[in-house]
Write a protein that binds this ligand. Structure first.
Ligand code: GSH
Length: 306
C-alpha cells in the first residue's frame, strides 16, 4: 500500500531502497527474503531516523537497512509513527515513496524489479491459489502474535504503563489497523484467557495440517513447482514457530521438507537469517529449556494434534 503525502519529513529525502525493519520480526523478514530473491542485498546500516544526506543516499544493488528496534520500543515513537501510522515494521521507501504492509510491498517489488518472479500472474488459477494462501496467512497473522507472545516471548514483551500510554496516544487519531491497543491491554494485564491463546494455536494447527496435505503430492512449493509469495508468508511464520519449538518435524514431514528447501535458499540464509542468527538460536535454546520444564509450546501442540 503506497502512502500518499507521508507525514514524516525523512521519507521524501530517501533515495534508492530503504527498509525500516527489525531482524527478528517475521513481517520484516518476508520483505528481506523478497528483496534478496530480487537480487537486492543488504547494504549499509543507518539509524532509522537518520536524515543527513549520506544516510539518505541510495546504494546500487542493495537496500539500506534502517532497524527499528521492537525490543527498545523504537516503533512507539513519534518519529516512527509519522513513517508507519500502524506502529509496526516493516515500511519500505523507494526513491521517496513510502510503502507499508509486507505483502503489498512484496507485490510492489515484484512489479518493479527483476529476479525471481514472486506472483504467478501468467496463470490465473495459480495466481488465485497463491492469493488464497497468502490471504489465509494474513488472516492468521494475529494468531501468530498470540501464540508467539504466549509461548515464546511470554512476559518479555510486556509494555510499561508509560509505553502503553504512548501507544494509545500515538494511535489516538489513527486507525490501529493491527489492533495493537486491545492486544497490549490484555497482554500487559495478563487478562487474556488461556482459551483465547489455545484457540489461536488450534487455528494454526489446522492450517498446517492442510498445508501438509497439499505438499504430499511431491510438489516443491505450496502452489506447485515455483516459489510464490504464499511460500514467503508461510515460511516466516514457520521460522517464528520453530524458534518457539513448534514440532513441525514430528507432525508434518512434507511441510518440514518444504521449509528445509526454503531455508537453504541464499535469500533465506542472507536476507532472513543474516544478522538474526544469534537471536534465532537464543529463542530456540530458551524454548528447549521450557520444554524440559514441561511448559513449552512443543508439548502444548503434541497434546492437541493427533
Ligand atoms: N500487516 C502488517 C503487520 C506488521 C506487524 O504486525 N509487524 C510486527 C512484527 S511481525 C510488529 O511490528 N509488531 C510490533 C508490536 O507487536 O509491538 C504487515 O504485514 O506488514
Amino acid at each position: 500500500m503506497k502512502i500518499e503525502n507521508p507525514k514524516s519529513p525523512i521519507v521524501g529525502k530517501l533515495q534508492g531502497i530503504h527498509l525500516f525493519h527489525y531482524d527478528a520480526a517475521a513481517c520484516a523478514q518476508r520483505v528481506r527474503f523478497a528483496l534478496h530473491e530480487k537480487g537486492l542485498v543488504r547494504g549499509r546500516e543507518v539509524k532509522f531516523d537518520a536524515d543527513d544526506p549520506t544516510s539518505c543516499a541510495g546504494q546500487d544493488g542493495a537496500w539500506v537497512s534502517r532497524q527499528v528496534s521492537l525490543a527498545k520500543k523504537e516503533h512507539l515513537t513519534e518519529t516512527y509513527a509519522q513513517i508507519q501510522p500502524n506502529l509496526v515494521v516493516p515500511a519500505l521507501v523507494h526513491d521517496g515513496e513510502l510503502h507499508i504492509e509486507s505483502m503489498d510491498i512484496i507485490a510492489y517489488l515484484d512489479e518493479v524489479f527483476g529476479g525471481t518472479p514472486l506472483l504467478p500472474k501468467h496463470d490465473a488459477e495459480l495466481m488465485a491459489d497463491a492469493q488464497a494462501l497468502t490471504d489465509l496467512g494474513k488472516e492468521l497473522h494475529r494468531s501468530i502474535r498470540f501464540v508467539t507472545f504466549r509461548w515464546g516471548l511470554r512476559g518479555l514483551a510486556r509494555l510499561s504503563n508509560k509505553e502503553e500510554n504512548q501507544l494509545k496516544a500515538l494511535l489516538r487519531n489513527g486507525q490501529d489497523g493491527e489492533k495493537l491497543i486491545s492486544f497490549y491491554e490484555g497482554y500487559n494485564s495478563q487478562s487474556i484467557p488461556d482459551t483465547v491463546y489455545v484457540d489461536h494455536l488450534e487455528k494454526l494447527n489446522s492450517a498446517f495440517k492442510d498445508l501438509e496435505q497439499r505438499l504430499q503430492d511431491g510438489r516443491a512449493f505450496l502452489t506447485g513447482d515455483d516459489l510464490t509469495m504464499a511460500d514467503i508468508i508461510w515460511a516466516m511464520k514457520t521460522l517464528r514457530l520453530i524458534e518457539c519449538s513448534y514440532p513441525f518435524d514430528e507432525l508434518f514431514p512434507a511441510y518440514t521438507a518444504w521449509f528445509k528447501r526454503i531455508s537453504e535458499r541464499p535469500s533465506f540464509r542472507e536476507g532472513v537469517m543474516g544478522k538474526h542468527k544469534i537471536m534465532s538460536k537464543t529463542f530456540r535454546v530458551k524454548a528447549h529449556v521450557e520444554n524440559l520444564l514441561g511448559i513449552g509450546l512443543k508439548q502444548e501442540v503434541l497434546k492437541r494434534v493427533a
